[in-house]
Design a protein around this ligand. Structure first.
Ligand code: GTP
Ligand code: MG
Length: 202
């Protein structure tokens, strides 16, 4: 759930970039950090190994300004994609208000994408989160690579997009699709906040 401080009229939401190792999660955050004006961003924290694999997580706080009278902040996190960091992924995903699943578009990475998507659903289930209600956006990254190496967005939909959630083709290295993805997931998270509570829920 988002952190709401009614007295100070502040709202903080957590968005997690999930996906297999080397799919491009950290690259998304670097691109965002580089393009957002100074006064709208906090320090980016990256805990990585010497070869730039995420070891614990990346963290980037952004200030969206006033929305409906609340000073609104979003905190972006990435998980470490490598299989053996599952317990860290679980910690980072805890309390997420929205998720961007970054998929590697390369043909040969589809097993890894599926495994990571499965892992995400398992972790959410362990945390008692209904994955169907969590705002989710898919990003088909590395679409800049040669056509014979990658799947098209339509083909990736068949492999990964069972829920038919919003998805964006991207080249995070050059920023294509990066802000579109961020804008969409933020919009879904904020929309959910203002949605009326379903009948029957105390
Ligand atoms: N060609 C291309 N390369 C990309 C793109 N996005 C990321 N990369 C490269 O892919 C590699 C892995 O990117 P990262 O952002 O570190 O991947 P990650 O998902 O954070 O990986 P882990 O931290 O191990 O989970 C790096 O060499 C990036 O430069 C893209 O859109 N196109
Ligand atoms: Mg990373």
């Amino acid at each position: 759930m988002p952190l709401v401080n009614y007295a100070a009229r502040e709202l903080t939401c957590k968005i997690v970039y999930y996906g297999a190792g080397r799919s491009g999660k950290t690259t998304n955050l670097h691109y965002i950090y580089d393009r957002v004006p100074n006064e709208r961003r906090g320090a980016m924290v990256s805990l990585a190994t010497h070869n730039e694999r995420t070891l614990f997580f990346d963290f980037l706080p952004l200030d969206l300004g006033r929305i409906s009278g609340f000073n609104t902040r979003i905190q972006l996190y990435t998980v470490p994609g490598q299989a053996y960091y599952r317990s860290t992924r679980k910690l980072v995903l805890q309390g997420a208000d929205g998720v961007v699943f970054v998929a590697d578009s390369q043909r040969m990475q589809q097993e890894e994408n599926l495994e990571s998507l499965r892992d995400m659903h398992e972790v959410l289930a362990e945390q008692g989160v209904d994955a169907r209600t969590l705002p989710l956006v898919l990003q088909y990254n590395k679409q800049d690579l040669p056509g014979d190496l990658i799947l098209t967005p339509g083909e990736l939909d068949d492999v990964l997009n069972f829920r038919q959630v919003p998805r964006f083709a991207a080249d995070a290295l050059h920023g294509v699709g990066v802000f579109e993805t961020l804008r969409k997931v933020s919009q879904l998270v904020l929309q959910r906040l203002s949605a009326p509570v379903p009948a029957g829920i105390p």
